[in-house]
Design a protein around this ligand. Structure first.
Ligand SMILES: Nc1ncnc2c1ncn2[C@@H]1O[C@H](COP(=O)(O)OP(=O)(O)O)[C@@H](O)[C@H]1O
Ligand SMILES: [Mg+2]
Length: 383
């Protein structure tokens, strides 16, 4: 522009110019004009380019705007994801901590388990030793039990002796009387005239001798060490035998015995002498329990229930003091005066009944009496 202004003279200047000068100026003007046209063209091109660039820029701008919006969306999503992730991380962290705890616990449990296992091994070896010891003890106990049975029998025998002395006294007196009669009759010379009388007296004496022998032989069988043999035993005859052995003692104390036996024969597999000892023990205890009672009654019942027989020995004594029901089966437990009771009766009874695969239970009515119920399996052959 500067060039145009400086190189083109104004109208006044043209009027003063010569033809050559005007030509030259015209030439210059032409040159200037074409140069200007060139520049105009170029600037037009630039303008168009510029407009292109502007539209491009606009588009880019729009895209950028869209992208910004998308970016904001993405950012929001990202923020959302981030917080979710944070929560998950927190949860994961908690789980991890819990897992750590569990692992620690598991480890401790493992340790404890290992200790328990070791303890168990110890216990097992102890158990092995103990069971050996128990076996030894059991053997010892069985021997002791046998000794105890024997001791108990001897004690009962001692008690029985008093009664038996009574019972033997009677036949011996009678024998004395009958033999004395026979001697008198012979002295009177009746041997020839009335031999029947003498024979009668001697016969009576003989019967008394047999009675005495029977009593003694019974005591001998009872005193013998109990053989472990098992054979079919007729229960009624064992019960009756036991009562007959105690008869004198019961009679002297005015003790009534009520016996209820079943019609059919009851047979159990067992040992007669041991069972007799059981019944004598129960009768002896009932006898002692009745010492202060006015009308003394012992009731013995025997009933069959299925494959078992129930034998009950009851009395109308004072019963067993409450709280002692379990202790009375203990060896040497007695409430009787020193010398009066050994405390062995029921413990031996219990042992014998167990040996017979039976059971013994108390039916106690304090103040009204006690009963001992024995349950024994019947002999299988009889069923
Ligand atoms: N029929 C009974 N009535 C009341 N008490 C009894 C009876 N039978 C046993 N007892 C009690 O059981 C205890 C133990 O009996 P036992 O073992 O036979 O030993 P002991 O007769 O030598 O005392 C007795 O001292 C007595 O207290
Ligand atoms: Mg007793």
């Amino acid at each position: 522009m500067d060039i145009v202004q400086s190189s083109v003279p104004d109208t006044v200047a043209y009027q003063a110019m010569s033809h050559e000068q005007l030509l030259e100026t015209y030439q210059q003007l032409l040159l200037q004009n074409s140069s200007l046209e060139m520049r105009l063209h170029k600037s037009e091109e630039r303008r168009r380019a510029f407009i292109h660039i502007l539209t491009d820029l606009n588009m880019v701008n729009r895209k950028l705007h869209d992208q910004r919006k998308a970016m904001i969306h993405i950012l929001a999503d990202y923020e959302h994801d981030r917080s979710r992730l944070a929560a998950q991380t927190e949860r994961l962290h908690n789980s991890r901590r819990a897992l750590m705890h569990i692992l620690q616990d598991a480890h401790q449990s493992n340790l404890r388990l290992e200790n328990s296992r070791k303890a168990m091994i110890h216990i097992m070896s102890d158990l092995k030793e103990t069971s050996g010891e128990v076996q030894r003890r059991e053997l010892e106990l069985r021997e002791k039990q046998e000794q105890l049975v024997q001791a108990g029998k001897l004690a009962t025998l001692g008690e029985l002796t008093t009664g038996v002395a009574h019972e033997l006294n009677n036949p011996l007196n009678n024998i004395g009387l009958f033999v004395g009669n026979a001697i008198d009759l012979i002295d009177l010379g009746m041997a020839d005239t009335d031999p029947e009388r003498i024979l009668q007296e001697l016969d009576s004496a003989m019967r008394q001798v047999r009675k005495a022998t029977e009593i003694i032989s019974h005591l001998r069988t009872f005193g013998r060490a109990a053989s472990v043999s098992r054979e079919p035993v007729i229960l009624a005859s064992v019960i009756e035998n036991s009562i007959s052995l105690m008869q004198e003692q019961l009679r002297l104390r005015q003790i009534e015995v009520q016996l209820h036996l079943p019609v059919q024969e009851v047979v159990v597999m067992g040992n007669e002498i041991q069972l007799e000892q059981v019944f004598i023990n129960l009768l002896t205890n009932a006898r002692d329990a009745l010492s202060e009672v006015v009308h003394k009654v012992i009731t013995i019942t025997c009933e069959i229930h299925g494959p078992m027989v129930d034998i009950k020995f009851g009395d109308n004594g004072p019963g067993i003091p409450e709280g002692l029901e379990q202790r009375i089966f203990d060896p040497f437990f007695t409430t009787k005066d020193v010398g009066a009771g050994t405390g062995l009766g029921l413990s031996i009874t219990y042992g014998i009944i167990k040996e017979h695969q039976g059971a013994i239970v108390i039916e106690n009515h304090p103040g009204e009496g006690a009963a001992f119920l024995i349950q024994l399996p019947l002999n299988a052959d009889e069923l």
